[in-house]
Design a protein around this ligand. Structure first.
Ligand SMILES: [Zn+2]
Length: 162
């Protein structure tokens, strides 16, 4: 699924996405987005309150630091990862409302980190009009190369149309 999906809070002047829009899911949940938001926040904090200016921290490092209270910049890392999970949950809830799936499979290198907190956010975000989202699970993919398999399925699906 492309992650160039505008979030409900999309606004001009937000974080610019590679697609040219602002505040796309990509900005919040992709590895590049997580790393960029972390590095920007840590650099901005260093300018305002002092401290080490660091850059080039990878999304993988941010995710590890988010789970380790003794890690450098743990709080910033935790906020970045938590906001990624919340954005992912919001997108999954929108998908649920539009497509009514019985399950949503999360794939990619960050899915193991984001699946559980996104599921928690998802459960708290559901509408209270009726409790129909409780049966939709956010699950991790068990496919080794989900992107490749997904692309192959898209090709096969397209070929089936002709
Ligand atoms: Zn975008």
């Amino acid at each position: 699924m492309p992650v160039y999906v505008p979030m409900p809070w999309q606004r001009r002047g937000g974080v610019v996405c590679a697609c040219g829009q602002f505040d796309c899911l990509e900005v919040f949940c992709s590895g590049a987005g997580i790393a960029a938001r972390f590095n920007t926040a840590v650099t901005a904090a260093a300018v305002v309150v002092g401290g080490d200016v660091i850059s080039g921290v990878s999304a993988k490092e941010v995710c590890v630091w988010a789970r380790d209270p003794d890690a450098p910049h743990h709080v910033v890392a935790a906020v970045v990862v938590e906001s990624a999970a919340a954005a992912l949950a919001s997108a999954c809830l929108s998908i649920t409302r539009i497509l009514d799936p019985s399950v949503i499979i999360l794939t990619g290198p960050l899915a193991p980190v984001l699946c559980e907190p996104a599921s928690e956010h998802y459960r708290t975000m559901q509408w209270r009009l009726h409790d129909d989202t409780s049966s939709v699970d956010l699950r991790l993919s068990t496919v080794v190369q989900p992107g490749v398999v997904g692309a192959a399925c898209a090709v096969l699906s397209f070929q089936g149309r002709d």
